[in-house]
Design a binder for this molecule. Structure first.
Ligand SMILES: NC(=O)c1ccc[n+]([C@@H]2O[C@H](COP(=O)([O-])OP(=O)(O)OC[C@H]3O[C@@H](n4cnc5c(N)ncnc54)[C@H](OP(=O)(O)O)[C@@H]3O)[C@@H](O)[C@H]2O)c1
Length: 246
């Protein structure tokens, strides 16, 4: 079933993890997909090949969300290269966790630049390119809803900021039928948070389902919000967290 035929999408941070799964899923739904990455060119090429294998255009772009120019510029580049832009998925993020006293000013600046400022700038740029009915979907975190232990203050701060941003975008852009929504993953098996990692067992135990999620399970929610059936959903938060917030 192709629900997004003829549409064009930008996914930030699409070379690995949740972003890669989202890029491929939206291609399967019929979208041409531009995506950004910073370091992992080989993995970006693999994702591009998977998108092309389902018959869609793939445009990988090295663009660092920590750089304000790149964050907004990636949107303009994607819209120009694909000829249009219907959906922005703000996925790129960094997780810097640790004892309060260990977090340096540089950590604070980097986490806020990538997880918050870049999302604002990309969404602002997208607002100028999206058609009526366009979509902005941002990947937050279950830690915006519940910080289950020490060490998460900075990361939770950055993800909680996205709640206000999403609600504001919904109000700013609703008149054009453009929706803005926030997806909160729970623990998801990626390079950032591998299922074999040192704190994995504890994280799984915090969920009602007692397991990690998969990137595809998050991508499925993004696909719903990006597709035609999600058109009356805006300003909302969606936990895809196995019951972490329950
Ligand atoms: N995994 C979890 O348990 C979990 C839980 C809640 C929320 N999240 C959120 O989900 C999102 C994706 O996380 P993930 O687990 O899939 O992460 P991941 O496995 O570390 O993958 C991160 C992706 O983002 C790209 N990226 C990193 N920094 C970037 C930057 N400055 N500019 C552009 N791209 C950048 C990476 O590109 P390169 O390959 O080039 O480095 C990679 O494609 C993040 O916003 C994260 O906070 C994850």
């Amino acid at each position: 079933m192709s629900t997004m035929n003829g549409t064009a999408v930008l996914v930030t941070g699409g070379s690995r993890g949740i972003g890669a799964a989202t890029a491929v899923r939206l291609a399967r739904e019929g979208a041409d997909v531009a995506f950004t990455y910073v370091q992992d060119e080989a993995r970006a090429a693999e994702v591009a090949a998977r998108i092309e294998a389902v018959g869609r255009k793939a445009l990988p772009l090295r663009a660092d969300a920590a750089d304000a120019g790149d964050a907004a510029g990636a949107v303009a580049w994607a819209a120009d290269a694909l000829g249009r832009l219907d959906v922005l998925v703000n996925n790129a993020g960094v997780g810097v966790l640790g004892p309060l006293e260990s977090l340096a000013l540089a950590d604070v600046d980097r986490v806020l630049a990538v997880n918050v400022r870049a999302v604002f700038l990309a969404s602002q740029a997208a607002a100028g390119r999206l058609p009526d009915g366009g979509r902005i979907i941002t990947i937050g975190s279950c830690m915006a809803q519940r910080v289950p232990g020490p060490g998460g203050a900075l990361y939770a701060l950055s993800k909680t900021a996205l709640i206000g941003l999403t609600k504001g975008l919904a109000r700013d852009l609703g008149g054009r039928g453009i929706t803005a929504n926030l997806v909160h993953p729970g623990p998801v098996d990626t390079d950032m948070n591998p299922v074999g990692g040192p704190h994995a067992e504890g994280q799984a135990a915090l969920t009602a389902l007692d397991r990690f999620g998969t990137p595809d399970e998050v991508a499925a929610m993004v696909a719903f919000l990006a597709g035609p059936e999600g058109r009356y959903v805006t300003g909302a938060e969606f936990a895809v967290d196995g019951g972490h917030a329950a």
